[in-house]
Design a protein around this ligand. Structure first.
Ligand SMILES: [Zn+2]
Length: 463
């Protein structure tokens, strides 16, 4: 009897594990067949797996392997000769900004040409299209690291829509400086002059369950760094007490170190002014902080405002066509309507290559074992929602990362910023099915990540 039972159990186990045969071992709604799968979390040759079938049931991956039977009922995406990567994550975006010339009147005031209220109204009205632009660019998750309280509505709208990326958000930036021109009644940036004011602004956001609390740590010559650090620490302590991470804008070495001492979990930009030093590395490692380089946006303002911005092939295909057209407005706006700074930039065009310190710091930070997540700061002038990820990833390769390392930063590491590291960023059974099927090999050239054949978000192919 015992032997018979063992035989039945063995037979059942064998059936459950059978790689081939008439009855598929796993039920599925969708099968991606014959693909070369890239596993960004792995190193070396193990990162590439050929002739793979991926089965998806509902919104999850249920099987990945080379000897998997395709259930008759599953719809099939034929992927022989194609590559599959996890859906990309942009770890730094802003939905209240569009990327066009008129989106930051505090930096370049074009209000004589386009009213800021009209610009923001357009961004709100266009949100469903912006969501689809992200998906069409292979980006299935984005982290909006700061904007008006309206940001929480953006996250809700995305969660309710099948045609939207996963969205994590911060509310208004807790800032060292005021930005009156951006205040239409629900300002994205709010000046806080004391630790108590910072705590109060965190508490105002907590009912909305923010994914991050964001601090805009602007330190200018003559500012009291210790007093500023106390404000950042107050915001961080209040956030951490509620189980929420602290994301900080801090672009100079002394400021970034101050931010880390104050409790930053995510540095949303590169250190731009000096080489990162051992103290910075130690502070970042001790906090297990994530470093988001945002290389492209450091040049995109100068590019756009000096009329040197030219769309990439991916932008021509994928970006908002009205914004693409409006990027050429500097050819049409009468000179007396141009902001003084823009007239100066057009007369004396600036250099556009990223500062060498930015590129060197990325490599140093990566080599030190600090988690790096790809982010574009999309929405800022010149950084368009969606296809700017391909510019950013190219610059990361230019900094010395391999395409595989860049993909890791844009998938598994981005998932950590989202707080979704158990759910997305890898192609494995149990993960949410966010996948991009590519026509060309992104490890041969990272720009091939823009050669998108299909995008699958939450188990569904995106039309
Ligand atoms: Zn930003």
């Amino acid at each position: 009897m015992r032997i018979l039972l063992a035989a039945v159990v063995l037979a059942a186990l064998a059936a459950g594990c059978a790689p081939t045969g008439p009855a598929p071992a796993v039920d599925a709604d969708l099968a991606i067949v014959g693909a070369t799968v890239i596993h960004p979390e792995r190193d070396g040759a193990a990162a590439v797996e050929r002739e793979v079938t991926i089965l998806v049931r509902g919104n999850r991956i249920v099987a990945v392997g080379s000897a998997i039977a395709v259930p008759a009922a599953a719809s099939v995406i034929e992927a022989r000769g194609k590559w599959v990567i996890p859906g990309l994550v942009d770890a730094h975006v802003h939905f209240f900004q569009s990327g066009n010339l008129y989106t930051r009147p505090d930096a370049a005031d074009f209000s004589a040409v386009v009213r800021y209220a009209d610009e923001v109204a357009r961004n709100k009205a266009r949100l469903p299209v912006t969501f689809r632009t992200w998906l069409a660019s292979g980006v299935t998750s984005v982290a909006d690291v700061g904007g008006p309280f309206w940001n929480f509505t953006v996250r809700e709208a995305a969660a309710m829509s099948a045609a939207a990326p996963r969205v994590a958000v911060a509310g208004p930036l807790i800032s060292m400086v005021d930005r009156a021109k951006l205040d239409l009644g629900d300002p994205p940036i709010i000046k806080t002059a004391s630790p108590a004011a910072a705590r109060a602004l965190v508490r105002r956001q907590l009912p909305y369950k923010p994914d991050f609390i964001k601090v805009w740590f602007i330190h200018r010559t003559g500012d009291d760094l210790a007093a500023q650090e106390a404000i950042v620490k107050a915001a961080g302590d209040e956030a951490h007490a509620a189980g929420i991470r602290l994301a900080v804008h801090a672009t100079e070495l002394v400021v970034a170190k101050s931010a880390l001492r104050a409790g930053a979990d995510i540095l949303v930009h590169s250190v731009v002014d000096a080489p990162v030093d051992d103290e910075f590395i130690a502070l970042a490692l001790r906090r297990n902080a994530i470093y988001v380089p945002t290389i492209f946006v450091m040049s995109s303002y100068a590019m756009a405002l000096s009329n040197q911005w030219k769309p990439t092939e991916a932008e021509q295909r994928l970006a908002d066509p009205e914004i693409l057209a409006a990027m050429g407005d500097l050819d049409r706006i009468p000179r007396d309507k141009l902001p003084a700074r823009v007239a100066q930039l057009m007369d004396k065009p600036p250099a556009l290559a990223p500062a060498p310190a930015i590129l060197r710091n990325l490599r140093r930070v990566w080599d030190a074992g600090i988690t790096v997540a790809m982010g574009t700061d999309a929405g800022n002038i010149g950084a368009l929602h969606g296809p700017s990820v391909f510019r950013e990833m190219e610059l990361m390769v230019q900094a010395g990362l391999t395409p595989l390392q860049v993909l890791r930063s844009a998938t598994v590491n981005g998932a950590k910023v989202m707080g979704l590291e158990r759910e997305v960023g890898r192609i494995a059974a149990g993960q949410l099915a966010d996948l991009v099927v590519l026509d060309a090999d992104p490890l041969a050239d990272i720009v091939n990540a823009s050669r998108i054949h299909r995008v699958i978000k939450d188990g569904r192919p995106v039309p």
